[in-house]
Design a protein around this ligand. Structure first.
Ligand code: PEP
Ligand code: MG
Length: 547
């Protein structure tokens, strides 16, 4: 091992390997000075001109993002455009210019600190992440005011970009052909930057820690392993050889897996299983089709709400569902109704703060207590149903009566549409997620009233083992293969089949290849995984012999 070789551990956001030279991304943070001004009106005019320029830049970035990372991910830049026009933010800036008679750059910098601070002190991780967005738009405004270029043009060359953190606009501005990977000291897997990275297919490691950056200088050689989250500074030749080999293996595996496209998911002894994919928005369809998934087993519809600043109306939702159904051309598309609450909080829902949000008012509980929200979604879903093969699925079910209420709401939506002469399909399947032990235990009764089950192993694990899935410290206590979880799945599978329903798994465990055989032996009919796992799972299934 070379003396200078050092290894760091972060979190892999996109699984691939890169070997290259480091480029330390230095943001050209404008040095803002406080200058007293006599002509406040002139400062306000400068501010308006800078806002117009920033909006023009953002619309260019939005168009670029739209092409590269799809509509859902590009929406962050639309949000930036809105933030620049936000009344509170603008009133704050203008108030400082007016009361302190100072230059606009200084007023924007103060507003940036204030609003960023406010967001980062919020409990909700989604709102905390908005702190970076306020800084991002404020830096842009200051750059426009001082007529300097923003840092996004500086990250070029065929390099591994290393930064404290990358704002969404910086991430998307990176030239994909020149950037081999990126590594950030901070960042969370919840952040838009991490989501964009996955969609840009750039190997990425986040949360590597500040120590990493202090040991780094431009041009030093790096190895980035997005699978494991390991980053090595100044690797010796032997290490480089190992990782280049890993890179070749990845590439080879990808080529081999491509040959499985169009093939059946059938075991050696003839048992066939459906392999579907999970998506969070319309822009996930590209990956679903590219990986030859047989359908969509889970469309997490709450992302439509999370990415919006207000309730998406019936028309907006209808368009999104229609697009997914049409793109899947008759293949099954299971759309889960709103699963908000717990770790997915949205300000405009105005939900009360709860002591134990994972055990609180979430998912279907919100839909049943706020019927107007549920009604809008169900109407949009049924209207879209004529464009493909739709399944509607309800999350967080614990009782028969909840399911009956959900089904009654479906009937209500259908009769309204019928009365209005709006067409809908009469072959929409309805199903529920099995993600509470209660649902698994009474799955015989539930199977009698729905068409299908889909096991949400992420929540089923947290509720069965009493381990908060958000709490990293519980990692050592979480045994995802725990016998209790497997028994509950087995029970649900048996009950589903005995009472006329089919059963799938759409939680992360569906992609755990060490359990594929166990699941198939239980009689699981469908496995729904994130798109890159479809072909590896197909390979696994085709190599199994169950008899
Ligand atoms: C699950 O709980 O396993 C699931 C698929 O739902 P989510 O991860 O969105 O809670
Ligand atoms: Mg869940």
């Amino acid at each position: 091992m070379a003396d200078t070789m050092r290894s760091f551990q972060g979190k892999g956001v996109y699984g691939a390997v890169a070997v290259g030279t480091a480029h330390v991304f230095r943001r050209q943070e404008a040095q803002v000075r406080r200058i007293r001004v006599d002509d406040k009106a002139a400062e306000l005019e400068r501010l308006e001109a800078a806002k117009a320029k920033a909006a023009e830049q953002l619309s260019g970035i939005y168009e670029k993002a739209l092409k590269e990372v799809g509509e859902t991910n590009a929406q962050i830049f639309e949000i930036h455009m809105m933030m620049i026009e936000d009344d509170d933010y603008n009133d704050f800036i203008k108030g400082i210019i007016d009361t302190q008679s100072v230059n606009a750059e200084y007023a924007v910098a103060v507003a940036s600190d204030n609003f960023a601070e406010m967001f980062s002190s919020m409990d909700d991780p989604y709102m905390q992440a908005r702190s970076a967005d306020v800084r991002d738009i404020s830096n842009r405004l200051i750059a426009c005011l001082s007529d300097t270029e923003q840092a996004e043009q500086s990250a070029d060359g065929c390099m591994i970009v290393c930064a404290d953190d990358l704002a969404p606009s910086e991430t998307v501005s990176l030239d994909k052909d020149k950037v081999l990977a990126f590594v950030t000291a901070f960042g969370s897997s919840n952040s838009h930057t991490a989501i964009l990275a996955r969609n840009m297919n750039i190997p990425a490691v986040i949360g590597i820690g500040e120590g990493f950056l202090s040991e780094l200088h431009d041009g030093v050689r790096l190895v980035v392993d997005g699978h494991t989250g390991t980053v090595i500074i100044d690797p010796d030749e032997e290490t480089v050889k190992q990782y280049l080999e890993k890179q070749r293996e990845d590439a080879h595996k990808k080529v081999l897996l491509q040959q499985l496209k169009g093939k059946e998911n059938i075991t050696k002894d003839g048992r066939s299983v459906k392999i579907f994919a999970n998506i969070g928005g319309v822009d996930g369809i590209g990956a679903v089709l590219a990986n030859d998934a047989g359908g969509i087993g889970l469309f997490r519809s709450e992302f439509l709400y999370l990415e919006s600043t207000d309730f998406p109306d019936e028309e907006q939702q209808f368009r999104a569902y229609k697009k997914v159904l049409e793109s899947m051309a008759g293949k099954k598309v299971i759309i889960r109704t709103l699963d908000i609450g717990a770790d997915k909080q949205i300000d405009y829902f105005g939900l009360d703060k709860e002591e134990n949000p994972a055990l609180g008012l979430r998912a279907v509980r919100i839909c049943l207590t706020r019927p107007e929200i549920f009604r809008t979604q169900l109407r949009a879903l049924y209207r879209a149903s004529v464009y493909g093969n739709l399944g509607i699925m309800f999350p967080m079910i614990t009782s028969v009566s909840e399911v009956e209420k959900c089904l009654a709401a479906c009937e209500q939506a259908k009769s309204e549409l019928a009365a209005e002469g709006v067409p809908f399909s009469d072959s929409v399947e309805t199903g529920i997620m099995i993600e509470t032990p209660a649902a698994a235990v009474i799955s015989d009764r539930l199977a009698e009233i729905v068409d299908f089950f889909s096991v949400g192993t992420n929540d089923l694990t947290q509720y069965t083992l009493a381990c908060d899935r958000q709490n990293a410290k519980l990692e050592p206590f979480i045994d995802t293969h725990h016998e209790a979880i497997l028994r509950l799945i087995e029970l649900a599978a048996k009950n589903a089949h005995e009472h006329g329903a089919w059963i799938g798994i759409c939680g992360e465990l569906a992609a755990d290849l060490s359990l594929t055989e166990t699941f198939l032996r239980m009689g699981i009919d469908e496995l729904s995984v994130s798109a890159p796992f479809v072909l590896p799972l197909r390979e696994k299934v085709r190599n199994l012999y169950l008899k």
